[in-house]
Design a protein around this ligand. Sequence first.
Ligand code: FAE
Length: 521
Amino acid sequence: MGVAALATPAAAAQLKAARAAAPIADGARVPALVVGTGYGGSVAALRLAQAGVDVHMIEMGMAWDTPGSDGKIFCNTTSPDQRSYWLRTRTKAPLNFFLGFPIDRDISRYTGILDAEEFGGITVYQGRGVGGGSLVNGGMAVTPKRENFAAILPSVNADEMYNTYYPRANAGLGVGTIDPAWFDSTACYQYSRVGRKQAQRSGFPFVFVPDVYDWDYMKQEAAGTVTKSALAGEILYGNNHGKKSLQKTYIAQAKATGRVTVSALHQVTSVSPAAGGGYTVVIDQLNTTGGVATTKTVTADRVFFAAGSVGTSKLLVRLKATGALPNLNNEIGKGWGDNGNVMCGRANHLWDPTGSLQSTIPCSGIDNWDAGGAFAEVAPIPTGIETYASLYLSITKNPNRAQFTWNAATGKVDLNWQLAWKQPSIDMAKTIFDKINSKEGTIYRTDLFGVYKVWNDTLTYHPLGGAVLNKATDNYGRLTAYPGLYVIDGSLIPGNTSVNPFVTITALAERNIEKIIATDL
Ligand code: FAE
């Protein structure tokens, strides 16, 4: 392409797009490599690029930018196909029973969007693909109460977080709140209104929760003027419309700088000091059945670990134990928690229907954190039929913390979480739902998670910790034994955020990258 051609804005945009689409080349030398494309990785990439640094983002999951044979990029929660799960031959739905019958089904093995990663005692759900967890999550964008944040991360200046970095994160993510008048009238939030009425009758504060879903788009869905997504059951396996995932916010902005490339279906397997300075990064390029198509070796001046709490912890624990990064400190792998996640359902009376049309996007919660250690999201059951059930995902102040360790015999990283460690979460959630049941004269549902199983205590959506700030790293995420290596994702947070975590992960990443750009580059 000639210089003259480059001068037109269209040609420049084309060049930028081509650059962003080309995967990283074997043997490349790059200034900054970001492992993972979730919240932490996207913030790092955008701010580094804006500071003039060329960035390569490496993502093990797919790009999720091309429609399948049905014309849609993502499949529906009610009709999962191969796109739904990461390398599984059977779905593993969090709500896996209905009326006592199992609803999981066989699928073909594929690099699908939701990973249900199993450790002893807990299944950890994570998004796989460009955008990380933002592809599969409910978009609930909650800033914790200031006193809770201060208790969780005492080494971080809370003034700076609440004056600068939380506002910056909320703006970057496109966070908004439901129109209260519409909430009161729309059929699709009948389930939340039942939640509000019952919470208030039992004396619990009911709160609206902000979200990154486009609320105007949802109103149009309800009016029937646009293609439905939240009102068509789309959520866990991706939203084809309406949700402002990272692909539409931070990553779009990062790509627009022309300095960021994203390599999808590329998995980082090793990082070690390079002979001539910087770090040697080994990357497997995957095919869509999870096999290794080719292995690339590149050199990076700086590496940002943003593979998520589990991904970053697994990498660092293995690299320390197997001699690639032996000087990482002994806090690596520690301080992991499940954000106290526990789910339950309640059976309502027949005169209290929750609605056959339910928006998949939760917009409200019941706050009993101070008195009972629980904050419960009023969650949908978007089956399309009236269930008379209320579903809740509680975030609780569970004190248990697990550790990742290298298992040389299996060649894998283990997590020592115990099933019994969820009991404090159940006890805390019961401070809300026992009271509501007693006030309403209702009972728990026993048919949603198995046969006669009240609590879903075997999963988390919110893995946090494993490379905790100011312990495994310095107070800004630097792995100080290795200048140029950083952690910038949910693994920095010690196991709990008291609310849904991604706004805090984003705000902390904004804080840390600003410092790193100012002092290290
Ligand atoms: P994350 O977003 O997980 O990104 C890490 C990325 O790294 C992923 O794309 C991985 O595929 C990739 N990766 C991992 N290992 C490698 C490797 N070796 N090489 C290359 N790439 C790799 O990390 N949070 C909220 O605040 N509100 C919600 O409403 C909410 N709902 C949720 C619902 C579900 C079903 C799930 C699963 C999670 C939900 N979360 C929610 C949690 C939230 O998505 C999660 O805390 C963040 O995504 C974590 O952000 P990170 O940047 O730490």
